[in-house]
Write a protein of this length. Structure first.
Lengths: 120, 120
DNA sequence: CAGAATCCTATACGATACTG
DNA sequence: CAGTATCGTATAGGATTCTG
């Protein structure tokens, strides 16, 4: 007979709250200031650097580059460089990135829809 | 005939990437360094300060207080103070918090399960 | 166009000490 | 027990400039 709190224990292995749990690293990348926004912006889309820069309003060159490198390093984002002049670079989600964004999107949508009630 | 990118537009109202969109504030609270961890720790549980402190390994007094105040201010967390000595304070999710965590949990679970492949 | 490099600042964060 | 207060630092993050 499951006690309170067991939903968590059923879903999660032990030790997920440990300081050295590898999930903390990934969580930090995804939940970084611009991580969620960039990932959601790439949902079902292929965007160039400049498009991404314009879409995610307020992000600086430095942070966009840093965020994209981090997400690329984790295998969420694919960077496609066309060897032309002027440079043409396209960003898109990898299969793993699509898995992640599929879970991110309901959360993001809920926050968007409820934000006004929450902070207003 | 929906083009690529329309899944996003179907789910989300316009302007969600605008710098002054209120969702940014809520998103920042939830995805703060300790926000997700505290929220998930409270899933289906009522925890006292010291239990929360021990559960979310590595969090400092200051950050736990700050995170809880932020989440309480957004209406995700309920703070129940028993007027006894020594003090007894219990933290739990509000209905709104439970809505949020219901969406957070699949994401968190996926990250935990895949973290090893991603950073390993 | 797509960044890298540099510089600078705000603040997020942690450690410690203290208190009703 | 459940915090607050103070202090110090690291680093996240922004503005600007430069380049293949």
């Amino acid at each position: 007979m499951p006690a309170s709190g067991d939903r968590l224990r059923q879903l999660l292995p032990g030790g997920v709250f440990e300081a050295n749990c590898p999930s903390r690293v990934v969580l930090d990348h995804v939940t970084s200031k611009w991580g969620v926004l960039v990932l959601v912006a790439l949902d079902d889309r292929v965007l160039r650097w400049s498009e991404l820069r314009r879409t995610v309003e307020g992000v600086s060159d430095k942070m966009l580059a840093q965020t994209l490198r981090s997400l690329e390093g984790d295998g969420f984002v694919h960077r496609d460089v066309r060897p032309v002049i002027p440079p043409h670079v396209e960003y898109s989600l990898t299969p793993r990135g699509r898995e992640l964004v599929a879970l991110l999107l309901p959360l993001f949508t809920w926050i968007v829809e409820n934000a006004h009630d929450i902070v207003g």
